[in-house]
Design a protein around this ligand. Structure first.
Ligand code: ZN
Ligand code: ZN
Length: 686
């Protein structure tokens, strides 16, 4: 077993993503790895860290010039080198190394080199190999290389040259490419062909800033004939609502995506992407061989990224939306001349498999580390918890993640389950992978993701405001693909089963005419337009379960009641597989009085909803056994989940708190939408 510790931080652009991608590639490359990803800043200074992040994001957003100044200052000042004020970080790092016993430590954030150097300064030799993955390109902050590292991974030769010029040992530098998602290395169908008259130019517009003006920018682009525009609004779910009318008016030419987990695939299928000069964004476009038109550059930090595009001749940097549109116009109208030029250049510089190459380098470094015999490794540090070594997990009582997953996969009986979970494909707070990690680390055995699925084309007037709160037609296939992919990861990493489901929202004007129906363990989408009986038939024909969600009066939540199924039991009881006897904090006593088959679910929308009713199943751990257990409704019980930590909002693990790089205000906007959006909740809560 090779043990790898990846250190990251939520500041700035792309450190966390790089860490996640390398972890993914390592786990895909070798079954014999144990990877731990940690953000020491989050662990050490929870509160301070969030203030620092806000300051960073605020500065970037409101005063880019100020940030540029800070960036230059950080490059010169020794504020991170003397170890003062870093005692907390240092203590945490020592503890983490103690716990994880890594063969190799990988850093995706500049400051960790200094920290490791000061930790192993004079008492002992470092008992692991150290690999630094530099996520800057061209403009490399010297913090990255001021301290030593066994290997430095950089994205290209030009960046390698900068390191060499600054005295970094040349054999330690590997220009392997940027650690993009391993998905970039998966071959795609439907690749873009040379644009010519008659074939549409597929334009991907990733909105991460300037959302106020984006409507106008979109209109400009749609004025160009032949343009087929896909707009990804990311976490700005309110934008989806604002732009919904435009999408309807431009049927087929404008696709609106909320948060997407398929950026690699989208980039690979597009002729050109419009976006800001973030390090990760630029590198992803290059990996996907997708020419880029940059519409925003943060001075200092992002200039290097913009220069890559210009120097390599693989896109353009535009000043304002008008110029963006004129570049797109040229692409659409010159018979594919410019596009082919850019694309050919991209073929030369693109490294879609960079991350698997980086993973291989890390695994090789583990082998180097293992040549040092075990007892010599990990001599006691001044801050160690249990002194010297010979680390045997079984004896110390510490189970590694891999061992835990192994045990979890083979478990039988007493399965902790939650079959009603929302993500940000509808009105949930977390992404699918965040949900998987959130439940995975809590030791759940089976969950089913059930985002709202409503026929939005029928929602008119006031109700059309629900559009961002439900899955969209444009993303329903992506939803199935992403959950299937995440299910594999969940099984590998946590031994947790993840099923795909849908919550069919059939809302009428009154509570007696409204019903929410869960389809659990579905293989493919089912039209949201069918009536309830037809929907249930389709669910069953896929081997899924049809479950009545919150079928009775709810006391504890301010929500629209959905009583239709309950009121029409003689019709539905024969075909419904189970009724929710509990939904979050509500208990529905009549379900037990009638002796109906039952389930208990969180109706999870955000982390605090984990503290709620759940189902315990006494059966084997596989999808068929679980569904059969629910159908027969034997050996089913319910439990009120409390977990170990106090249910304070601040106790959410760093990894699922917030996406790095999320501008201020978005989180607040999302929260307002879900917490105070009383009208929305009236209909779509569930
Ligand atoms: Zn729900
Ligand atoms: Zn519901």
């Amino acid at each position: 077993m090779k043990k790898i510790l990846i250190l990251t931080a939520g500041f700035g652009d792309g450190h966390n993503a790089a860490a996640r991608n390398v972890q993914e590639a390592l786990e895909q490359t070798s079954p014999e790895v144990e990877v731990t990803v940690a953000d020491l800043y989050e662990r050490s200074y929870k509160k301070l860290n969030s203030i620092a992040k806000k300051a960073y994001l605020g500065a970037v957003r409101y005063a880019p010039q100020l940030w540029a100044g800070f960036f230059k200052l950080a490059d010169r000042s020794p504020w991170l080198t003397d170890g003062r004020g870093l005692a907390g970080l240092q203590k945490n790092l020592a503890q983490l190394i103690e716990e994880t016993q890594p063969d190799c430590v990988v850093s995706t954030y500049p400051a960790y080199g200094q920290l490791i150097e000061s930790l192993y300064r004079d008492h002992c030799e470092r008992p692991f190999r150290f690999v630094t993955i530099i996520t800057d390109a061209r403009a490399v902050n010297s913090l990255w290389y001021r301290a030593g590292s066994d290997r430095f991974v950089v994205c290209d030769e030009e960046t390698a040259e900068i390191l060499r010029e600054n005295g970094v040992e040349k054999n330690s530098i590997a220009a392997l490419g940027f650690p993009v998602s391993p998905m970039f290395a998966v071959p795609q169908k439907d690749l873009p062909k040379r644009p010519s008259l008659g074939t549409p130019l597929r334009v991907l517009y990733a909105i991460n800033t300037g959302k106020k003006k984006c409507g106008k920018a979109i209109d400009r682009l749609l004025e160009i004939p032949n343009v087929e525009l896909t707009v990804s609004v990311g976490r700005y779910s309110d934008l989806k609502e604002k732009l919904a009318r435009r999408a309807q008016e431009n049927d087929g030419r404008l696709h609106l995506l909320g948060w997407t987990n398929q950026m690699p695939q989208l980039l690979m299928r597009s002729h050109v992407v419009i976006g800001k000069a973030g390090g990760a964004s630029v590198q992803e476009a290059i990996a996907a061989k997708c020419p880029m038109i940059i519409n925003q550059v943060i001075p200092g930090q992002e200039e290097g990224n913009a220069n890559i595009i210009l120097d390599s001749n693989i896109g353009a940097v535009a000043d304002g939306d008008k110029e963006v549109a004129s570049w797109v116009e040229r692409l659409a109208e010159d018979g594919g001349e410019l596009w082919t030029q850019w694309r050919n250049q991209l073929e030369k510089v693109s490294r879609p498999d960079a991350t698997s190459r980086i993973a291989q380098l890390v695994l090789d470094e583990c082998d180097v580390a293992n040549k040092v015999s075990r007892p010599e490794k990990f001599p006691a540090l001044p801050t160690t918890i249990n002194g010297g070594r010979t680390f045997i997990p079984e004896q110390s009582g510490i189970l590694t993640m891999a061992m835990r997953a192994q045990i979890a996969r083979n478990k039988t009986g007493s399965l902790l389950c939650d079959f009603h979970v929302h993500t940000n494909y509808s009105d949930g707070r977390l992404t699918v992978s965040e949900v998987v990690d959130f439940y995975g680390v809590r030791g759940f055995d089976c969950i089913c993701i059930t985002d709202h699925w409503t026929d939005t084309r029928r929602l008119i007037g006031k109700l059309a405001r629900l559009t961002p709160l439900t899955l969209s037609y444009d993303q329903i296939e992506e939803y199935f693909e992403v959950i299937a992919r995440e299910a594999k990861r969940a099984w590998r990493r946590y031994g947790m089963l993840v099923m795909t489901g849908l919550e069919f929202n059939k809302d009428g004007p009154t509570k007696k005419s409204s019903a929410h129906l869960l389809g659990i363990d579905l293989e493919m989408p089912i039209s949201p337009r069918l009536d309830l009986l037809e929907t249930i038939t389709r669910i069953h024909s896929q081997g899924g379960l049809a479950v009545a969600a919150h079928p009775h009066l709810m006391k504890s939540e301010f929500a629209k009641e959905t009583l239709y199924l309950w009121e029409n039991q003689e019709k539905f009881a024969p075909v419904i597989d189970a009724w929710e006897i509990a939904n979050r904090n509500n208990l529905f006593t009549p379900v037990s009085q009638r002796r109906l088959p039952f389930l208990a679910n969180s109706d999870f929308h955000k982390p605090k909803h984990i503290y709620s009713w759940k189902t315990l199943l006494n059966c084997e751990k596989n999808a068929d056994a679980i569904k059969e257990c629910i159908r027969r409704n034997e050996n089913v019980s319910i439990t009120l989940y409390r977990g170990e930590e106090a249910p304070a909002a601040t106790d959410i693990p760093a990894s699922i708190q917030r996406q790095p790089g999320l501008p201020l205000g978005v989180d607040t906007a999302a929260r307002q939408l879900t917490e105070t959006g009383a009208d929305e909740r009236l209909v779509l809560r569930g």
